[in-house]
Design a protein around this ligand. Structure first.
Ligand code: PMP
Length: 427
């Protein structure tokens, strides 16, 4: 038994057999730098998956900020602290002026759970609409409304799921206008179905880039129409920015900005502290003030001084290294390369994505565009064997997901594209 196999056995024993791991042969990582990670045998992998180390693994500026603050003071969130307040000011300044206050948490789950509580408090409603292939967290309420993998909880009476338009599979000769109307009508039906059960809508909770759904190309007008319907019925729009946020798309700091709709609450997580656990929400000051009066929400670790220092340092690097611009430039370069691979390999049905976030929809090549699920799994594992880490998403698990740290450069793109070319040729 190799030492990795022995570690896997110990993990099974102590963390359970079903604690998720990537790849048929899990990778045992020991260090990281920029877009590279190294395993226990000293082998380097190009990381084209992780958005948590947003400005690169172990970025020295973030590491130093964490170390410095940890050596000075770390404490419960109920004290005055300059770094925490300054970070909240800086963060809210990147949003529309209506989203002027923040609450910090430790995970995206906690942020979404709190956003739902606030929406219910503000609207007096209970109903939640999510997409029919989504994940927003692992608390009781969020697990119950999870639609992208099985959960033991019954889908709740207070929730409804709606399909999100995927222009690649759903267009059927329809214009953007027809497509957005068709899918927005499902939101209208969901609101009415809740009302028929005597349930008032509290919130529409969606990720505006639909990352877990399969990163569908946006259909102009769809999000705006869906939100309009929900607001007309008295509900709020919660934009889950856990994957789309902090400039991932290159064109905007926040996913919702691409659809031109200002949410009532935006929830944040994953990249926020470059790996340090900080998450949160941003919303109107009057909502956060009045909810705070009613609920006395506090979160012991949420936005502690070390977390705030990490998150603030992450923003420093995002700005100083012009990483949104990098996402646009390198992203366009990768996309051109992916399109060339699509021309060469008939299994690639569709190339999608924006900034440094890409999806490759692999198909069997028939008229129905049947998903090439088994092949997608093979490509993903082959890439791992060949030193490039990617993953897969979507209803049929047939969309390769590529979402590297934002310091991804053209030389890394060349390596990704060459390895992908070989993998697609050999399946
Ligand atoms: N929202 C989205 C869109 C996510 O992808 C995730 C995690 N994959 C979450 C929320 C939950 O975040 P966390 O794991 O930090 O609780």
């Amino acid at each position: 038994m190799s030492s990795d196999e022995a570690l896997l056995e110990r993990r099974y024993h102590v963390l359970g057999r079903n604690a998720p791991l990537f790849y048929e042969r899990p990778v045992h990582l020991v260090s990281g730098k920029g877009v590279w990670v190294t395993d226990a045998d000293g082998r380097e992998y190009l990381d084209v998956y992780n958005n948590v180390p947003h400005v690169g693994h172990c970025h020295p500026h973030v590491v130093e900020a964490i170390a410095k603050q940890a050596a000075t003071l770390n404490v419960h969130s109920r004290y005055l602290h300059e770094t925490v307040v300054a970070y909240a000011e800086r963060l809210t300044a990147t949003f529309d002026s209506s989203l002027s206050s923040a609450v910090f948490t430790c995970s995206g789950t906690e942020a979404n759970e709190l956003a739902l509580r606030m929406a219910r408090y503000r609207t007096g409603g209970e109903g939640i609409i999510v997409s029919d292939f989504s994940y927003h967290g692992n608390s009781q309420t969020l697990a119950a409304v999870t639609t992208c993998f099985p959960v033991p909880e019954a889908f709740p009476r207070f929730a409804r799921k709606v399909a999100i338009p995927d222009p690649y599979r759903d267009r059927h000769d329809r214009s953007d206008e027809e497509l957005s109307n068709h899918f927005a009508a499902q939101v209208d039906a969901a609101v009415k179905s809740l009302q028929a059960d005597g349930i008032k809508i509290a919130a529409l909770l969606i990720d505006t880039v639909f990352a877990n759904e399969g990163l569908h190309d946006p259909v102009p007008g769809y999000v705006a129409k869906a939100v309009e319907i929900v607001r007309a019925a008295g509900g709020l729009f919660i934009s889950d920015e856990v994957q789309a946020g902090f400039g991932r798309t290159g064109d905007a700091m926040w996913g919702h900005q691409l659809s031109g709709v200002v949410p009532d609450i935006a929830t944040l997580g994953k990249p926020m502290g470059n790996g340090h656990p900080i998450a949160g929400l941003v919303g109107p000051t009057d909502l956060i003030d009045s909810f705070g009066l009613a609920a006395t929400y506090f979160n012991t670790f949420g936005g502690n001084p070390v977390s705030a220092a990490a998150a603030s340092a992450m923003l420093d690097v995002l700005e100083r290294e012009h990483l949104l611009e990098n996402a646009r430039n390198v992203g366009a370069y990768v996309k051109t390369g992916l399109r060339a691979l699509a021309d060469k390999h008939s299994i690639v049905g569709n190339v999608r994505g924006r900034g440094l976030f890409f999806g490759l929809d692999l198909v069997k090549g028939d008229a129905d565009r049947s998903p090439a699920t088994a092949e997608t799994k093979r490509v993903m594992n082959l890439m791992r064997e060949n030193g490039v880490l990617i993953s897969r998403i979507g209803r049929h698990d047939n969309i390769l997901k590529m979402r590297p740290p934002m310091v991804f450069a053209k030389e890394h793109a060349d390596r990704l594209l060459a390895t992908l070319d070989d993998a697609l040729a050999s399946i």
